[in-house]
Design a protein around this ligand. Structure first.
Ligand code: NA7
Length: 534
């Protein structure tokens, strides 16, 4: 065995979380190293380079707030920036914050084992050994790719393309027949792009989604200057919003309005686009079934008005789950793409995929679809997958995967019992909303906690109690039960872990509001009553 390389802090992952954490650790004077599996920074924006990939949050808050200079210097070009722009932003941020030299690329962590005698973590990357006092996961909520075990996938004779591992050399679809499995946020972004170039695109849909048009537009100098002027207010608003977006509560409840007024409000929400339809129409869309049903029906009527073929329109209309009980995607000409005669929608809910064959796909009823390329956009083992797929062993020797077999338990998504001095940025049961902002609040908390532990003694450790994390998991479940999110189970919602066969159906995120989450997180401070310090 070679020499063990020790650092006080090791961070795993160099996306938003890793870059932000390195910045904080360096500001605090820590000896910190980041291990990143990819060959560059970016995280989810490094791997997901499929056509049409872009943010569903608006650019001006899908970014760091920590550096004023970054906000003032970076010029976003679109309301919802493309993957490449976000990746360039993160690359710029890594240079600006001067953290690149602390990152070791092409370093996928295989194991992290807690050594109770030494009060240290041993971290392995292949045959290279590291050790640290504080271990921080910045592995991201959507990084563990899920590929359903379709029989015969290996016999397909064409190209199999995974959206989350898209080839560097961009595939050309000109003149090709393409099949696509998956109509989540990723599939919804791909359809309008690939259908422009391919000879034909066959979309295999299991669950129809409520897709709100993003209403994307370019940003001009005036718009950017206005944003830059208002940044302090924007971040204040973000901090007080349930999903960390700079939007005001509307003060409107559905029942207080006439039918005409309701329709006008929904129309205005549709015009504003994206998440504004959810957050700027009525405040009770996610909790009042009547309001939710009206919103759902409004969207179905829009689908019927856009999609010319009534059968396709009906198939695209979700009927098995309420609007926003699954994470709703934003569309960029999604429904319109189905008016292109080259695009065919196939229902695989009632007639499932039987197997992949050399020429394409065979469904249960024996029907065969042939194509040259098969795109797989079947999602992620969200929140837990990145952590459970690495051998991370705590004080008692159990792995995180073993510990969370019956559902993830953490306090605020930042710490889990039995894993001392181990912290997670947006771990399971962290709040769910605009992710870069949650990441920043987690970084603040972890940075302060590390400062505190260090101030106790040179080998102090901090571990959350079982009771505290159980209380948090119970609260996460209670909150879900008061919203339409509980109805996402039947529609395989990844927020409930219901998209992964065999995964315990339980919340993987806290949905009680980002603003409430931040208050609770900030209240858990020195002397950290939910933790034991040794
Ligand atoms: P999602 O939202 O989990 O979507 C995955 C899609 O793949 C969805 O349409 C699934 O249908 C479909 N899927 C999954 N397994 C199968 C099988 N076995 N057969 C057929 N179809 C299947 O992942 P995305 O990557 O689109 O988006 C993830 C997040 O990234 C998104 O929410 C944003 O936050 C960014 P289902 O709906 O389960 O019936």
């Amino acid at each position: 065995m070679g020499k063990v390389e020790f650092h006080e802090v090791i961070v795993i992952g160099a996306g938003f979380g890793g870059i932000g954490m390195l910045n904080r650790m360096k500001q605090d004077g820590r000896d910190v190293l980041c291990l990143e599996a990819g060959s560059d920074v970016g995280g989810v924006w490094f791997w997901n380079t499929y056509p049409g990939a872009r943010t569903d949050s608006e650019a001006w808050y899908y970014c760091f707030s920590v550096s004023e200079e970054l906000g003032q210097e970076w010029n976003w070009t679109e309301r919802y920036p493309k993957q490449d722009e976000v990746r360039q932003y993160l690359s710029y941020a890594a240079d600006k914050l001067d953290v690149r030299s602390n990152i070791v690329f092409n370093s996928k962590v295989d194991k992290a084992i807690y050594d109770a005698d030494r009060r240290q973590w041993s971290v392995s990357v292949g045959d290279k050994e590291y050790a640290c006092r504080f271990l921080i996961s910045a592995m991201g909520i959507l990084s563990s790719v899920f590929i359903p075990p379709f029989p015969g996938l290996d016999v397909f004779e064409g190209r199999v393309l995974l959206t989350a591992r898209w080839p560097d050399e961009k595939p050309d679809f000109t003149g090709r027949r393409v099949g696509l499995i998956g109509t989540g946020a990723t599939g919804v972004q791909i359809v309008p792009e690939v259908s422009q170039h391919a000879d034909s695109l066959t979309v295999f849909q299991r669950t129809a989604n409520f897709v709100i048009p993003a209403q994307n537009h370019d940003l001009d100098d005036e718009f950017r200057a206005d944003i830059k002027r208002r940044y302090p207010q924007i971040w204040q608003k973000v901090d007080r919003h349930a999903f960390a977006m700079p939007m005001d509560v509307t003060g409107r409840l559905y029942r207080d309005f006439t039918e005409d007024q309701r329709m006008e409000i929904f129309e205005e929400g549709w015009r504003r686009g994206g998440f504004r339809f959810l957050f700027e129409t009525f405040d009770d869309v996610m909790v009042d079934p009547e309001c939710n049903q009206a919103a759902s029906e409004f969207i179905r009527a829009k689908i019927r008005s856009i999609v010319k073929d009534p059968e396709t329109a009906e198939l695209l209309s979700p009927r098995d789950h309420p609007y926003a009980s699954k994470r709703p995607p934003a569309g960029h000409g999604y429904y319109e793409a189905y008016n292109n005669p080259k695009v065919t929608l196939v229902d695989i809910k009632t007639n499932k995929i039987e197997r992949v064959i050399p020429e394409g796909l065979q469904l249960e009823d024996g029907s065969i679809f042939e194509f040259d390329d098969l795109i797989i956009a079947t999602g992620f083992d969200a929140f837990t997958g990145a952590l459970t797929s690495v051998e991370i062993r705590g004080k008692s020797g159990q792995t995180i995967a073993e510990k969370w077999a019956e559902g993830a338990k953490t306090l605020f998504g930042v710490a889990t019992h039995d894993f001392p001095n181990f912290f997670m940025i947006t771990g399971p049961l962290a709040t769910f909303g605009n992710v870069p902002t949650t990441i920043e609040r987690n970084i603040d908390w972890i940075g302060d906690a590390i400062k505190f532990v260090r101030s106790q003694s040179s080998d102090a450790v901090m571990e959350v109690t079982e009771q505290a994390e159980q209380g948090w998991a119970d609260l996460a479940q209670e909150v879900i039960d008061t919203t339409v999110l509980k109805d996402g189970v039947g529609a395989n919602s990844w927020i409930l872990g219901a998209n992964i066969p065999g995964k315990k159906v339980a919340p993987v995120a806290y949905l009680g509001g980002f603003h409430n989450y931040v208050d609770k997180l900030r209240a858990e401070k020195a002397p950290y009553p939910s933790f034991v310090l040794k």
